[in-house]
Design a protein around this ligand. Structure first.
Ligand code: ADP
Ligand code: MG
Length: 317
């Protein structure tokens, strides 16, 4: 996996996040004063990688012996977290080179607020020998008393230019031909998620060079015009045909439901429709439902059927 092969092992190699890296490097110079840390931000932008770099910087070669990595969303819950941390922190086993042990707790925002309150106690009890790095996608889901015990770092999405530059380095290293258009298409698609970008790059390389055509194929974007057809069918009241085509796109051609909605939103602006306002808000409604985890096939079918009624209204039926 290229995402692992190209995971930075030193802070200086992290793409973007310059100010964060700068502060962390100075924190690491006075390691005994290192506070607990909280890293937040969306997926694939370097939170876990940076946490591992900090740990390596502070603990050196034998970092693995003094680091505990836990996933807070583990279904065994806060009691498992408590037990593992207790066991891990019980015997200090520290030496001059190792100022404290480190605990990385990923997906901390998936914990309930009760669990987070319990975690706060756990952190206090373990603080003598341990430093924590909490990682969360959404910092607002972390209770205030936990936030206030940590130095908080908000990671940002990777800028398109930096993302493309990084993809170019990886392609060069892997001897893969690439052109600007292909790389830009990946960058536009992933919305600042570097992990996703590298995965698409690797998938595309398995069918050839990184150009627009190959990237489109990998992303299932060769079928975007079909979405326009489906929209027209639905608005024309042909729900069954529209639904069959929609299912074919998703099941056979592998278009994701979220992409389907994204392309439908774009298609709305391509064809001439009067009832724009209602159609867009309808698409937005189903986008939300799919995002929060409702059954996508049922939701998209309902969308098509709702679109057909919108057009009825338009025709005054
Ligand atoms: N800022 C970054 N700099 C360099 N590589 C990155 C960066 N962000 C993500 N990556 C790439 O994506 C992979 C996953 O990154 P990770 O740190 O696990 O993301 P997160 O924890 O924010 O979801 C890494 O192995 C690396 O290949
Ligand atoms: Mg992570």
């Amino acid at each position: 996996m290229w995402v692992e092969k190209y995971r930075p092992s030193k802070m200086s190699e992290i793409v973007n996040q310059k100010e964060i890296i700068h502060s962390l490097i100075s924190f690491c110079k006075k390691e005994r004063e290192l506070p607990h840390l909280l890293f937040s931000g969306s997926a694939g932008i370097g939170k876990t990688t940076t946490a591992l770099c900090v740990v390596k910087e502070i603990l050196g070669e034998n970092w693995r012996d003094f680091t505990l990595e836990l996933n807070a969303s583990d279904e065994r819950g806060i009691n498992m977290v408590r037990e593992r941390i207790k066991k891990f922190s019980r015997f200090s086993g520290l030496s001059v080179d190792i100022p404290f042990k480190m605990i990385i707790l990923d997906e901390a925002d998936e914990m309930t607020s009760d669990a987070q309150t319990a975690l706060r106690r756990i952190i206090e009890d373990a603080s003598r020998y341990c430093r924590f790095i909490l990682i969360a996608n959404n910092v607002s889901k972390i209770i205030e008393p936990l936030q206030s015990r940590c130095a908080v770092f908000k990671f940002t999405k990777i800028l398109s230019v930096d993302l493309i530059a990084h993809l170019r380095v990886v392609s060069k290293n892997e001897n893969i031909k690439n052109d600007e258009e292909g790389l830009k298409m990946i960058a536009d698609y992933v919305n600042g998620d570097l992990r996703h970008a590298i995965n698409i790059l690797q998938a595309t390389s398995s069918i050839g060079g990184i150009n627009k055509k190959n990237v489109k194929t990998v992303l299932g974007l060769t079928k975007t015009n079909e979405v326009e057809t489906i929209l027209t069918l639905a608005l024309g009241g042909k729900i069954l045909q529209a639904r069959n085509k929609m299912i074919e796109l998703i099941k056979v051609h592998g278009m994701s439901e979220i992409d389907f909605l994204k392309f439908m939103n774009q298609a709305v602006f391509k064809i001439k429709i009067n009832n724009l306002n209602k159609i867009i808000t309808t698409i937005a409604k189903y986008d939300y439902r799919v995002l929060v985890g409702a059954n996508p096939e049922i939701q998209l079918t309902a969308l098509l059927s709702e679109l057909s009624t919108l057009n009825d209204a338009e025709r005054g039926i």
